[in-house]
Design a binder for this molecule. Structure first.
Ligand SMILES: Cc1ncc(COP(=O)(O)O)c(C=O)c1O
Length: 454
C-alpha cells in the first residue's frame, strides 16, 4: 500500500538472517526506481505515487499483468491473419514444402569467403545510418541485371532495396493505398500478398485467372475502377500460367485509362526451363504505372532477405518517405556481399548452374506424378519455377489431406487457401526445388499413400 512504512535495513537484515549490504543495495535500487520514498522523520515508506491496485499472482506464483476488463484483443485486422500454427504445412522442411531450394548445390564456400571479406573490412562509414533506398553499389548491380535479363527499364535512382518481396509489397501498399481502396487480386493468388492488402484495409476484388493469366475483361466487369492490381505475369502463382501479350496490353491500357497502379511480382522468373525468358510487364509500360518487385529469395536463398522495388520516377520521393518512417534503411552487410556476388559474375554463373538442376528435378516430379498419380491428380506443369500445382480429380478437402500429411513429414500447401472467393479448387502446390532427382519417386509414393489414406 502506498505510504506503508518499510522496516529499517538493519531490522530487515536481522529478520532475514543476512548481511546488511544486500538489503542496503535493494533499498537504494527501489528508491532510485521510485517504488520507495524517504520521509524526514519517518524513515522509508512505499511511494505515495504508486497505484493501490496490486498485480495479480501469475500461475506459478510470479506476477502477471492485471487484466482490467474482458479478454485482451488485438486489432480486427491482425485477428484476420492466420497464424503459422494454424497452417501445419508451413512447419517442416522435408518433401514438397513451398519455396525449398537445391541448397545442396549452393556455393557455401564462395558465399562464406565474400562474407568474411566484408566482415574483415568493416569501416566507420558502414556503421552509420544508410540511405532509405539502400546501397548504391547493389542498386547499380541490380539495374544492369534487370535491363539485360528482364527487359526492365530503369536506373539506379528508381531501385529501392528491401527485405524481400513481402516488405516491397508492404511499402508499396502504404505509398499507394488508402483504407477501403479496391485492389484486384489474382484468383487464385499468393496468400502472403493478400495479407498485405488486408493489413492495408483494402477492399479485395478476386479476378479470375485463366490460360492467358489475369482476365482483364472479367476484372473490368467485377470492378471497373480499382486503385491497384497485384499480378505475377511471368509465372502466375500458383497456377503457373504466363500472361499473354494481349492481356498485358489490356492491363496496361486499363491502368492508364483508370489511373490504377500495377504491382508486378516477378518472384522466380530466372527459372524458366523451356523457350525464351518472359520479359517483364514493366518493360512494356509506356505510362509508368507499373511498380516492379523482385527478390533474391528464390534465386539465392530466402534468409538473405533482400529484394528490390523498381519505382516509377515520380513516386520515388513517397517511397523514401514511407521507408524512412518504417525501418529507415536496409541493413548493410548482406547488401555488400550480394553486390560483390553480382559484380564478380557469380550471380549469373549461379543461375546458369542451377537452371538444369531444377529442370531435372521438375521433370522427375512430373514424370513420377504422371506414372503414379495420373488417375488422382491433374498436373499443371508450367516449365518454370520451383513448384508444380496439382488438382485433385475426386472430391476431397485438400486442407484435411494437408493436415494429415503434415503428421507424416509431408508438407503439402493446399491450393484452396489461395482462393478468396467461395468456389475454391482443391489441390496442392508442391515445392520440388529441394528434392534430388533420385529421391523424387519415393517422395511421390509417399504422396500417393497420403492421398489414399482416409
Ligand atoms: C508469389 C511469390 N512472390 C514472392 C515470393 C518471395 O517472397 P520474399 O521475397 O518475401 O521471400 C514468393 C515465395 O514463395 C512467392 O511465391
Amino acid at each position: 500500500m502506498s505510504g506503508q512504512q518499510i522496516p529499517s535495513t538493519r531490522t530487515l537484515a536481522k529478520e532475514l538472517g543476512i548481511s546488511r549490504f544486500p538489503v542496503l543495495n535493494a533499498y537504494a535500487q527501489l528508491l532510485g526506481e521510485g517504488y520507495f520514498e524517504g520521509r524526514i522523520g519517518s524513515g522509508t515508506v512505499v511511494s505515495s505515487s504508486l497505484p493501490d491496485q496490486p498485480t495479480l499472482p501469475g500461475p506459478h506464483g510470479g506476477r502477471s499483468t492485471r487484466i482490467l476488463s474482458g479478454p485482451r484483443q488485438s486489432s480486427t485486422i491482425s485477428a484476420q491473419l492466420p497464424g503459422v500454427k494454424s497452417e501445419p504445412w508451413l512447419q517442416g522442411r522435408a518433401a514438397f514444402v513451398g519455396s525449398q531450394l537445391a541448397l545442396d548445390h549452393f556455393p557455401f564456400n564462395l558465399w562464406s569467403q565474400l562474407l568474411a571479406f566484408r566482415c574483415r573490412r568493416i569501416v566507420e562509414a558502414s556503421l552509420h545510418y544508410g540511405h532509405p533506398m539502400g546501397l548504391r553499389d547493389l542498386r547499380e548491380a541490380i539495374v544492369s541485371y534487370l535491363r539485360t535479363a528482364r527487359a526492365v527499364r530503369c536506373d539506379a535512382e528508381q531501385i529501392m532495396i528491401v527485405s524481400g518481396s513481402q516488405q516491397a509489397l508492404d511499402i508499396t501498399s502504404r505509398v499507394l493505398l488508402d483504407p477501403k481502396d479496391r485492389v484486384w487480386l489474382e484468383e487464385p493468388g499468393y496468400t502472403l500478398a493478400r495479407y498485405i492488402f488486408m493489413m492495408a484495409g483494402s477492399r479485395l476484388v478476386p479476378v479470375p485467372v485463366d490460360q492467358e493469366g489475369l482476365d482483364v475483361a472479367a476484372g473490368r466487369k467485377l470492378c471497373a475502377k480499382a486503385k491497384a492490381v497485384y499480378v505475377c505475369p511471368s509465372h502466375q502463382y500458383p497456377l503457373g500460367v504466363v500472361m499473354s501479350a494481349s492481356r498485358r496490353l489490356q492491363l496496361l491500357n486499363w491502368a492508364q485509362s483508370t489511373g490504377a497502379w500495377i504491382i508486378e511480382d516477378d518472384y522466380d522468373s530466372e527459372y524458366r526451363y523451356e523457350g525464351a525468358p518472359i520479359a517483364s510487364l514493366q518493360g512494356l509500360d509506356r505510362y509508368s504505372r507499373v511498380i516492379y518487385i523482385g527478390t533474391f529469395s528464390k534465386v539465392l536463398f530466402p534468409s538473405v532477405r533482400v529484394g528490390y522495388v523498381v519505382i516509377p520516377t515520380d513516386l520515388v520521393d513517397r517511397f523514401v518517405a514511407v521507408r524512412q518512417a518504417m525501418d529507415i534503411f536496409p541493413s548493410n552487410l548482406h547488401q555488400q556481399v550480394l553486390s560483390d556476388f553480382i559484380n564478380q559474375g557469380h550471380f549469373e554463373r549461379h543461375i546458369r548452374r542451377m537452371r538444369p538442376i531444377y529442370h531435372d528435378r521438375l521433370n522427375a516430379l512430373v514424370g513420377s506424378l504422371r506414372k503414379d498419380l495420373a488417375g488422382t491428380l491433374k498436373v499443371l506443369a508450367s516449365g518454370a519455377g520451383l513448384h508444380v500445382t496439382v488438382m485433385l480429380k475426386a472430391q476431397a478437402s485438400d486442407e484435411a489431406i494437408s493436415r494429415r500429411a503434415a503428421l507424416q513429414n509431408l508438407w503439402l500447401w493446399p491450393l484452396s487457401i489461395c482462393y478468396l472467393g467461395s468456389a475454391p479448387r482443391q489441390g496442392f502446390i508442391l515445392g520440388f526445388g529441394g528434392i534430388p532427382v533420385d529421391e523424387m519417386p519415393r517422395a511421390v509414393r509417399r504422396l500417393r499413400a497420403a492421398l489414399q489414406e482416409k
